[in-house]
Design a protein around this ligand. Sequence first.
Ligand code: GDP
Ligand code: MN
Length: 363
Amino acid sequence: PVTENHDAPFYKGCKNVHEEATLHPRMNATFMVLTRNSELDGVISSMKNIEQRFNRHFNYPYTFLNDEPFTEHFKQTVSKYTNSKVEFGVIAPELWDYPPTVDREWVKEVMEEQTSVVYASMPSYHKMCHFFSGTFFQHPLIQKYEWYWRLEPDVTFSCDISYDPFYYMQKHNKVYGFVIAIRELAETVPNLFRYTLAHKKKYNLNTTDMWEFFLDMSYSDTVEKLKEEQKGKSVYVLPEPPLEELDGQQYNMCHFWSNFEIARVDFFQSQAYMDYINTLEEAGGFWAERWGDAPVHSLAAGLLLSKSQVHYFRDLGYQHSTIQHCGQEYGCNCDCPYDVPEIETKDGSCTKEWARIMGGFLD
Ligand code: GDP
Ligand code: MN
């Protein structure tokens, strides 16, 4: 049952989409698709879907990015699936490759050892996460926009989106929007939270009203006990900031799943965000560990935004791999897969945590 909360869907049910498309100005916004030439089929599948569900009415442009040049075949093919403007960008090595400060030999060794951590032995995956965490907003094709909507190959939106999410985010002073909140695999981010807390201290950042979303509330152990627990754990490749930094706080691994995101580009371009990224770059965790852009964006939001600036698009239906959220109760013309469980009520979901800090909407 839905009760009052401070982060309700912008609209429940179907709006008159033709009216919506003419009433409001088009925003300075783009779909951002990082992909490889080899993922063409998955890209087409996502485009067909988003065009059908949303973009044929709104015609937002697409920005395709790749660390290698797109082939003519890729460019010509994707252009057939939309009437909107389509741009293709190569990502310069400065925005994609290891930063010059990184010791490549050391990183190579460390990555090769991490065979038990999903994707951690793939340099390209680290580069992808690093790009989305620290540099995508410096790409010239993205810099000209105020908003982006991240789109991946092989995703499905299972409800119509009958209003302009960019417009409503702006109207409601939102900065960051998500559709799925789940727990990260702890072994990918053993030290991310410590560096985040160290950063919070160093910059004297006030605790936001969103911060608790990231805290394990059942955790009340002392620093002494934490030290004991974490002694000699081989996952701690990085030099450790003093454990006292933890203040008895433990990361609950909650984060916004970033393969869908609608957000302001200038949030990431801000000095405060860049300072945070610099702390993380110095720590080396994009390489020595496998920090994902999802927990990085999320913790940054937790450090720097108020909860009212973050929006849960609960009315959307969205599926990527084996995880889906179905907006059935609030969305428009939903057609959700029945064989994929709803994430909200599954183990590993952080919907309850979100509801808790928002003042509640799930019993
Ligand atoms: P997962 O969702 O965490 O399993 O990661 P994906 O493999 O789907 O990668 C996330 C996004 O980055 C997708 O849009 C991929 O197409 C893209 N991506 C990942 N690695 C690379 C890469 O090395 N080069 C390019 N151009 N795109 C990549
Ligand atoms: Mn993916």
